[in-house]
Design a protein around this ligand. Sequence first.
Ligand SMILES: *[C@@H]1O[C@H](CO)[C@@H](O)[C@H](O)[C@H]1NC(C)=O
Ligand SMILES: *[C@@H]1O[C@H](CO)[C@@H](O)[C@H](O)[C@H]1NC(C)=O
Ligand SMILES: *[C@@H]1O[C@H](CO)[C@@H](O)[C@H](O)[C@H]1NC(C)=O
Length: 346
Amino acid sequence: MGSLLVPPTAISLLAALSLFLLLLSPAAAWRPWPHLAKSNVSDDPALVRDSKKYEGSSEFVHLKYHMGPVLTANITVHIIWYGTWQRDQKKIIREFINSISAHDSKSPSVFGWWRTVQLYTDQTGANISRTVRLGEEKNDRFYSHGKSLTRLSIQTVIKSAVTAKSRPLPINAKNGLYLLLTSDDVYVENFCGQVCGFHYFTFPSIVGYTLPYAWVGNSEKLCPGVCAYPFAVPSYIPGLKPMKSPNGDVGVDGMISVIAHEVAELASNPLVNAWYAGGDPIAPVEIADLCEGIYGTGGGGSYTGQLMDGRDGATYNMNGIRRRYLVQWVWNHVVNYCTGPNALDQ
Ligand SMILES: *[C@@H]1O[C@H](CO)[C@@H](O)[C@H](O)[C@H]1NC(C)=O
Ligand SMILES: *[C@@H]1O[C@H](CO)[C@@H](O)[C@H](O)[C@H]1NC(C)=O
Ligand SMILES: *[C@@H]1O[C@H](CO)[C@@H](O)[C@H](O)[C@H]1NC(C)=O
């Protein structure tokens, strides 16, 4: 409420469209750096004109509901801190999670951002819950499975956390989300090249339960230009300057949007059989994939869209509890374009 929804520009639709057609990434993976970054699309009038044909049309974005569950009960996010984490880094991330349901944050707010996610329903017509809470946390300080993880070993890390002898994470299969966050010295399969985070669910044969989970890595040392864009920029783009991050931590501020992306998709597609586009559940294009790289009005290509500058020079697009964050938008299936709380009135 308070912020008006505006149609996307041709560019943002084009970005969504190209992503949809390319289907480059593996299941539920994400990298924030837009695929069109190098193509200079915004300067090409032909492309812009062509893409106008698709504006407001659902011809090309067939986001569909596949009858599976979405998270309609109060959502609890359990965090596993893998590796070495500073207290301040944890605070930034915890406060982001707590901001999702903080209805009294200053507008545009993280709470307002979640309203787009709440537009998704299940078979019974129940909406995704408006309540997202921080649950229990578990530290895996000593890198129990080493400093290089595969997709499968991530499940064993989660298993260790839910079966630990002392203070195991609760098993919460109905409305729990498990967020595995790896510190900046941990490599995860496909990190940086193709993904900055992904989500899936655990296998009963490994973990004992089917639990929706996401992994997000701190890219500060490995590839900030890929996964913490625009707070760091890729070296292959000369003259592009990084923006100042709102909480003074490039790696963690970059993780926030990836965490948001994954939590939005976990809520709307927790078992990868609910809301996604594309015919192939191996490579679903989900509600945040469709808005990759779009953080404000006009966003698309290498352009983030209209953002806000704090007095301290930091760039952000929404307010949480006490802090500011930069978070990508998500697809709004009611109007068929990406929306966010900081959309400009046109
Ligand atoms: C993008 O366009 C600008 C001018 O419109 C040009 O100077 C620049 O070299 C182009 N960049 C690429 C990567 O094509
Ligand atoms: C629930 O979803 C429907 C359909 O998208 C939407 O019209 C309605 O506003 C949503 N309700 C809430 C509380 O978000
Ligand atoms: C869900 O959260 C709301 C607060 O947002 C609370 O009032 C309600 O009691 C919670 N429901 C359950 C079942 O925990």
